[in-house]
Design a binder for this molecule. Structure first.
Ligand SMILES: [Fe+2]
Length: 233
C-alpha cells in the first residue's frame, strides 16, 4: 500500500469513528511523527503492547476488497497472562466497509467478543477447526450471540446489527465483511490479550501487515512504524 493511501484511510477512519460514531480515541491516535520523536520512556507501553493504528490489505493490494482498519486502544501482553493479577484484556476499534473481507482465521489464545458498535451490519462466517487446523466442514458451530446460544451450520453466517455482539472462542475459524447496502460498520472488539505477531492463524497464507511504499510522510504512525520514530527502543 502507498503511504498516501494509508493516510487517506486513516483520516477518513478517524472522521467516521469520532465525528459520525461519536466514539473518541485516546490522545496517541493523533500524535504526529514529530510528536513521536519527542516521546520518551514514559510512552513505552504503547509500543510494547502494540497499541494504535493498524491498516492492512492482508497483502491483497486491494484494500477495499480485502482489508481492515484497526485501532488497538488497550492491551496486555503474553507476560501479563502468566501473572495471577496481570493485565489480560484488550480492546480494539475497527472499521469494516461493505463487502470488505477479513480473511478466514482463528486465534490460538485470544477469545474475542466482536461487537457491532454502529453503522451498517456485520456478516461473520464460521467454521470449527480440526486438530490439524483445517476447516471442519461437518460439525455445527455453537456461538453465544449476546449471551444467547446460536447454532450455525459449518460455513454458515450470522449477521450482527448495531448493538449486537458475538463471543468467538479460541480456534474457531471466522471471516467477516460488511453487508452490502447497509453502510460502513464500526466494530468493537473486547478480548483476551492480543498479539498479532504470534496468535493469529490464517487459513490461507496472507500478509498480515501491508508492505508500504513511502510516497509521502505518515499522517499518524501505524504501530509497525514505531521502531523508525521512537528513540527509546
Ligand atoms: Fe479474529
Amino acid at each position: 500500500m502507498k503511504r498516501s493511501e494509508i493516510n487517506e484511510i486513516m483520516k477518513n477512519g478517524l472522521n467516521f469513528i469520532e465525528k459520525e460514531m461519536k466514539f473518541l480515541l485516546p490522545p496517541f491516535a493523533k500524535w504526529s511523527p514529530d510528536d513521536w520523536h519527542q516521546k520518551g520512556e514514559e510512552s513505552v507501553e504503547i509500543i510494547d503492547q502494540q497499541l494504535g493504528w493498524d491498516i492492512t490489505d492482508f497483502g491483497s493490494e486491494n484494500f477495499s476488497e480485502v482489508g481492515l482498519l484497526l485501532f488497538t486502544i488497550r492491551n496486555g501482553s503474553f507476560e501479563e497472562l502468566k501473572k495471577i493479577n496481570g493485565k489480560i484484556y484488550a480492546e480494539k476499534a475497527m472499521i469494516v466497509q461493505e463487502g470488505q473481507i477479513t480473511p478466514i482465521h482463528f486465534h490460538y489464545q485470544k477469545m474475542e467478543d466482536i461487537i457491532n458498535r454502529g453503522g451498517g451490519e456485520l456478516v461473520i462466517q464460521l467454521w470449527n477447526s480440526t486438530v490439524d487446523e483445517c476447516l471442519d466442514l461437518d460439525s455445527d458451530v455453537i456461538v453465544s450471540v449476546d449471551s444467547v446460544k446460536n447454532k450455525v451450520k459449518a460455513g454458515g453466517t450470522i449477521t450482527l446489527k448495531p448493538g449486537e455482539s458475538v463471543c468467538l472462542p479460541q480456534r474457531l475459524y471466522h471471516k467477516f465483511w460488511g453487508k452490502k447496502g447497509t453502510g460502513t460498520v464500526f466494530v468493537g472488539e473486547v478480548s483476551r490479550v492480543n498479539d498479532d505477531y504470534v496468535d493469529n492463524h490464517f487459513y490461507e497464507k496472507v500478509g498480515r501487515f501491508a508492505e508500504i511504499e513511502e510516497d509521502v510522510e505518515p499522517l499518524h504512525l501505524l504501530y509497525g512504524d514505531y521502531s523508525n520514530y521512537y528513540k527509546c527502543k
